[in-house]
Design a protein around this ligand. Sequence first.
Ligand code: F6R
Length: 219
Amino acid sequence: MKINILKNYWELGEVVSDIVEHTLTLPEPKLVLPTGSTPISLYKELVNRDLDWSTTTTFNLDEYVINLNHPHSYNSFMKKQLFDRVNIYPDNYHFPFRPTEAFEDKIKEIDLCILGIGSNGHIAFNEPGSSFESRTRVVDLSEQTIEDNSRFFDSIDEVPKQAITMGLGTIMESKKIVLMANGEHKLNILNVAMNGEVTEDIPASILQNHKNVKIYYCE
Ligand code: F6R
């Protein structure tokens, strides 16, 4: 698969913003959005563009099993980075919740799904070994992910051990998928996932089976 290499982190945000901007011109657009450090330049750029989000519905890929008002919940992250700064209706943004079947029922006809990739090849919180058929569910986070994400918390002990994540099967139903990766430490896993064997050991490798995926990387 082609990995599009961009000049820098800000260009990554701009290029993916162009795709989001186009999607927002569709009637009642539906987006799936990531958190983490990678999409921050995207959300900054989108806020600067002053787009109309009033008919848009969004679904986040995942959420920790945590109080939603916790400063490090993905709910808090998204409000701070995007939702409180654009004209999206609070009723129109969603995070995975229990019962997960009820959340699944809402995710239909996704126009654009934006992903990051974990250093172990996870997408959303589908850790290595996740079934390619998986749907939204509660998962245990791997040691690697807990360690990677401890940088957002005061100590590693505060990182939640579980999350609710969209499944790989759920993600693959999106009409279009964009994967963003930033930093040299992601290059190896990106190459393995996009050009190596398609295997549940590398969850992101499932994207090789999707007809409309764009991969963007910057150092
Ligand atoms: C978060 C998510 C995760 C991250 C991945 C990379 O919503 O879906 O899969 O995209 O862990 O995180 P960063 O961008 O912090 O390297």
